[in-house]
Design a protein around this ligand. Structure first.
Ligand SMILES: N[C@@H](CCC(=O)N[C@@H](CS)C(=O)NCC(=O)O)C(=O)O
Length: 252
């Protein structure tokens, strides 16, 4: 069974590229010794992803910003590749992104993947650098995912024929509830309003530099275009923030 944030062993998966860069040692999950790379280049893992989808996009932007290079494999969600036997062996939840480590361990969920990579490749931090800031980053990231990304998904997946009986991602058949389209849009607008209020006197969502919640909220703005929603014109702080971070996400 594969729960969010829990590392689940999968024996069939092996990554092919070589590990490079200097390493130091840090004590990690369950006391295992993790190499901490002083360079963010040439990592030995494989990311299962689908570039067009919002959750993989969060991780892709994170990787690009930190200059981390990984082997990747596209799982075409449009043709249902996430339900193939091969991919189910990697991600029984049938979702991307999924990060497969060399020993066969697979990490699901964008936040967990980013947390793992950040702890091994701390250069250009995107999850905060001291405990209080890290807690704020996690809190805001959770908020952006639940009240931003999920609300667009709620509106999209409960109205579109493409998601009939797939109102939620995963292997089960989940019927659409058409009324959730309107609720999703309403929640999205509450999210933008709250973000606008929060950005008063701030350049970034937390602290003085870009963090993962900025990336995720940036992805929400583009994802909202899928349901023809835009940042309301009156929310000037969100517009200014969006223009400020856009060039920062172009890569190192
Ligand atoms: N909680 C997961 C959500 C991942 C997720 O929902 N991924 C979507 C793509 S954005 C997916 O794999 N959908 C498969 C489907 O719709 O069948 C995360 O944070 O990464």
């Amino acid at each position: 069974m594969d729960f969010p944030g829990v590392l689940s062993p999968v024996t069939s998966q092996r990554s092919m590229c070589a590990v490079g860069g200097q390493q130091a040692i840090r004590r990690g999950w369950k006391g295992t010794m993790l190499p901490v790379h002083t360079s963010n280049r040439a990592l030995s893992m494989k990311l299962y992803t689908f570039d067009a989808a919002p959750n993989p996009r969060r991780v892709n932007i994170f990787l690009k910003y930190k200059g981390i290079q990984l082997a990747t494999q596209q799982i075409d969600l449009r043709s249902g590749q996430q339900f193939s036997a091969d991919f189910r062996a990697i991600s029984p939840r049938c979702i991307v992104p999924a990060l497969a480590l060399d020993d066969g361990t697979v990490i699901c969920d964008g936040m967990a993947i980013c947390w793992y990579l950040e702890s091994r490749y701390p250069k250009s931090p995107l999850l905060g650098t001291e405990p209080l800031q890290q807690a704020q980053v996690f809190s805001w990231d959770q908020y952006v995912c639940m009240e931003g990304l999920s609300t667009v998904a709620e509106a999209l997946r409960n109205r579109s024929d493409a998601f009939k009986d797939r109102a939620l991602p995963g292997p089960g058949r989940i019927a659409q509830i058409p009324a959730l389209e309107a609720r999703g849009r309403q929640r999205l607008h509450s999210f933008w309003q709250r973000l606008d209020e929060h950005l008063e006197g701030r350049e970034f969502v937390v602290g003085n530099s870009i963090i993962l919640a900025d990336i995720d909220a940036f992805v929400v703005v583009d994802f909202a275009g899928w349901i023809k929603e835009r940042i309301p014109e009156r929310l000037l702080r969100v517009h200014a923030w969006y223009q400020r971070i856009k060039p920062l996400l172009a890569g190192p």
